[in-house]
Design a binder for this molecule. Sequence first.
Ligand code: SAM
Length: 297
Amino acid sequence: MGFIEKDILRQRQEPAPGVLYVVGTPIGNLGDLSPRAKSLLKKVSAIACEDTRHSGQMLKQIGAQATLFSFHEHNTASRLPQLLEILKAGQSLALISDAGLPGISDPGEKLVSAVRDNGHDVICIPGPCAATTALVSSGLPCDRFCFEGFLPSKGKTRKKLLEIIANEPRTTVIYEAPHRLLKLLQELNELCGKNRPLKVARELTKIHEQQIGPTVGEALKYFSEKKPIGECTIVLGGAPAELNIQLSSSKLLAEMKELIKAGASANEAARTLARKTGERKRALYALLHAIDLKDVN
Ligand code: SAM
């Protein structure tokens, strides 16, 4: 049997009894609902939705008739036992959110973990996610990246997190509500400088999809003149490696000394830390050799 035939067979056998399916749904364009997701949602016994009215429209359009259960941060504790009962009774259950992948800045994580703890299988039917869609279309490095989701709206934790993000060498993806976008861009401008690469991905997958940048300064200028509307995801380029070395060379040295004390060679210590921090290995090695290695032992 070929790959395609096997996939078709699997789709025909889905949903399996007692299994939770985590299903990705469109982030704006209904055409992005995969044939497998559509088929599953039409056949499953029950669907847990963040908002039954919102998802009800899409489910009606595709002809899904499953029983809908609301599942969100305010009813997680009371709803969990009920959803587990559905699986225990040998029925199938799908989890969807208002848009994109459940569990990514959306409810889902607690249900998946409870379902696994109770010995049931969880299968993800993948679909769109604003974070990865924005990242891969930004033109910024995608080989290694961080996802921050929504930052705390104010206070010390936000400030600290923004400082960490500003010094992060990997590309960082942030979700933000349009009415708070300008404030975030102002903060990034202060911490990262106006020339740091950045893209604001607006209305992804929709008719008015846009990428605004290519720097913090340019995006700030654009949105200072034009009120941000619609959904947006921010993709921030990583901090230049030199800046990191300069900012935290003593911390990096201390970590390398620890690794060497634990038995690593200078080469291994530099390689390990380069992997961990995103700094260039050669720069770390040079930093280490600027001190007398005998001091380390
Ligand atoms: N679970 C979703 C996912 O997989 O992407 C994310 C849900 S989170 C509550 C909503 C945030 O995702 C929005 O505030 C925005 O930052 C981002 N987002 C969702 N849809 C988007 C779109 N079409 N274009 C740009 N950003 C979007």
